[in-house]
Write a protein that binds this ligand. Sequence first.
Ligand SMILES: Cc1cc2nc3c(=O)[nH]c(=O)nc-3n(C[C@H](O)[C@H](O)[C@H](O)COP(=O)(O)OP(=O)(O)OC[C@H]3O[C@@H](n4cnc5c(N)ncnc54)[C@H](O)[C@@H]3O)c2cc1C
Length: 304
Amino acid sequence: MFNKIIANSLPLMPKKFVWLFSKRYIAGETIDENIAISKKLNNSGILVTVDLLGEFIHTIDEAEINKNEYLGIVRRFTREKILGNFSIKPTSFGLLIDAEKCYEFVREVIVEAAKQNNFVRIDMEDSTCTSIEIALFERLKTEFPTNVGIVFQSYLKRTFSDIENLVVRTHKPESSLNIRLCKGIYVEPPELAYTNFHEVRHHFLKDLELMFQQGVYVGIATHDQFLVKEAFELINKYKVAKDKYEFQMLYGVTPSLRDSIVADGHKMRIYVPYGKDWFGYCSRRIKENPKMVTDIVKAVFIKG
Ligand SMILES: Cc1cc2nc3c(=O)[nH]c(=O)nc-3n(C[C@H](O)[C@H](O)[C@H](O)COP(=O)(O)OP(=O)(O)OC[C@H]3O[C@@H](n4cnc5c(N)ncnc54)[C@H](O)[C@@H]3O)c2cc1C
C-alpha cells in the first residue's frame, strides 16, 4: 500500500527528489554519461545495449530527431570502442504516425550499425504494436540478416506460435534468428495475456526451450532467480553453446545476481537507458512495479 501511494504521487513530487529514486536505473541525461557507465560495465566484462529514453511522440519530426540521436549514438559507440549494441522502440521512430517513414528511419540506423558489423534490437511494445513490429523486423531482416533482432514477451498468449512461425519463415543457418525473451512490461487484457505470475514463468520456459531446440540465439532477459536457474537447466539439457545465448538485465537491477552469472563465465548484456525523458520512464517503471519503491527507499536512506 505504501509503495502504491508513493508510486502514484510521483508526478506531484519535485523532479530533483525523484532523481534520487531514479539515478540507480538511468545512466543520466546525456550520451557522455551513458558512455561513462557503459565503459565501466565493459571493464567488468559486461556488454551493454543502449536505449534512448523518449516520451510518446506526436509528430514525425520528433521521430526524425530520435533517429538522428541514434545515428550519433552508433557513431559515438564506434569511436569510443564500446562493446555494445542498440535497442530501439519503433513508436519513438514514428511507427504509429507513419509506418513507412518509421521503417526508413530504423533502416538508416541499421545501415550505420551494419557498417561496424553491429546490431540493432527492436524492442517489443504493447500488444497493439506486436504484429506490426514483427512485420517491421522481418522486412529489415531480409536486407540485414545478421544486424537486426526482435523481442518476444512470454506473457502474451500468441508468443509461442509467433516464434514457431518466425522460425519457419526466417531462420536460416547462415543468418540465425536473434531473439530477446522477456516476460513483458505492459498491462494487457486477460484475453491476450497470461496474468498469473506462475503461468508467465511457465510460458517463459516453454518459449525458451522452443528457441533452444530451434538453434535460435537467445537473449534471456530476466532478473527472476527461478528463471535463471531453470534457464541453466535447459542450457545443460540441450548442450547450448556459449555463443548461442546471453543473459540480459536492466541497469541497476539485481546486480548481485548479474555478477554471479558473469563470474560463472556467461555472457551478460545490460540495458542502459539514458535521456532527458528519464522522469517519464522512471514514473512508469515504478508504477508498473511498486515494489521498486522499497528497493529505492533502501538505496536512498540506508546506503545514503
Ligand atoms: C534487458 C531487458 C530488456 C527488456 N525489454 C523489454 C521489451 O522490449 N518489452 C517489454 O515488454 N519488456 C521488456 N523488458 C521488461 C520485462 O518484460 C520485465 O517486465 C522485467 O524484466 C521484469 O521481469 P523479470 O523477469 O525480471 O521478473 P520479475 O518477477 O518482475 O522480477 C524478478 C525480481 O527482479 C527484481 N526486479 C525486476 N524488475 C525490477 C525493476 N525494474 N526494479 C527493481 N527490481 C526489479 C525484483 O527483485 C523482482 O523480485 C526487458 C527486460 C530486460 C531485463
